[in-house]
Design a protein around this ligand. Structure first.
Ligand code: ADE
Length: 265
């Protein structure tokens, strides 16, 4: 897989991509990920990448010419991109399904927006996919782009050493992850659950699955509609619901609202 990131902060992006699982995969040649300096694709003395918005208003807008030049130069060098992704809070939500979709592509270009936004003609003509990593605004697309690249590259075979670890990742089958423990067996008076030191693999598997179900039910009930359930999962969910009902607790506590969100105009 080939990924090119277009940014005005290539050193920031490069620093993150040099470390950890992704850094090692790059060194081994499993993925080819490069940060491209947008200013290299300008043609004026000041290497200008932004300008004032038509119609007025605050902030600056990223100019179209350097972005078109960058995407075209990358296509000439690498071959046409399978997707040109623009990182923007206006994009589609970045979910596990989106990660899987992108991980099947061969060549991806990611544009990191800055300032108030990017000239809309870039989105209209160049971009094939607009992605948001969440309902909050960051000061630029670099961190979101790194989130996307990290999540997508993890699914490329050979990037993560142990394929089983990727398959077991939270969200791969729609559940949150189970709790993890390592030594010491007792830390500040808190012991590791007995089952994990019992050596009974079957029981450990069952305990972990039950913890996944319990956590998902308690923390992200919105995920339950699409999680793949076994008969045991459904039995446990029924018990959890019954227990909550008996205690008078509402079943759907995460509806996306935060305290103080209501307005009455
Ligand atoms: N740029 C700024 N904020 C962003 C977000 N939440 N997602 C993607 N790109 C962004």
């Amino acid at each position: 897989m080939v990924i090119d990131l277009i940014t005005i902060f290539p050193a920031m992006v490069e620093a993150a991509l040099a470390e950890g699982v992704i850094g090692r995969a790059r060194t081994r040649g499993v993925v080819d990920i490069r940060a491209r300096d947008l200013r290299e694709f300008t043609s004026d003395r000041h290497r200008t990448v932004d300008d004032v918005p038509y119609g007025g208003g605050p902030g600056m807008v990223m100019k179209p010419e350097p972005l078109f030049a960058a995407v075209e130069a990358i296509a000439a060098e690498r071959g046409p991109a399978s997707a040109v992704v623009l990182m923007t809070p206006q994009g589609r939500p970045f979910t596990h399904a989106a990660v899987e979709g992108l991980s099947r592509l061969e060549r991806i270009v990611v544009i990191c927006g800055r300032y108030e936004g990017v000239d809309e003609r870039v989105a209209d003509v160049l971009v094939t996919d607009e992605i948001s990593i969440g309902d909050y605004v960051l000061s630029g697309g670099e961190l979101p782009a790194l989130v996307v690249v990290d999540a997508v590259a993890r699914l490329v075979p050979g990037v993560v050493g142990d394929d089983a670890s990727v398959a077991a990742d939270s969200f791969a089958d729609g559940w949150l992850d189970y709790p993890h423990y390592t030594r010491p067996a007792v830390f500040r008076g808190r012991a590791v659950p007995d089952v994990l030191v019992s050596g009974h693999h079957g029981e450990i598997e069952r305990w972990r699955r039950a913890e996944q179900v319990r956590r998902t039910y308690e923390r992200r009930p919105d995920l339950l509609d699409r999680a793949v359930t076994t008969a045991d999962d459904r039995k446990l969910l029924a018990e959890l619901r019954q227990r909550n009902a008996a205690a008078g607790v509402s079943d759907r506590k995460t509806d996306g609202q935060e305290p103080g969100d209501e307005r009455d105009d």
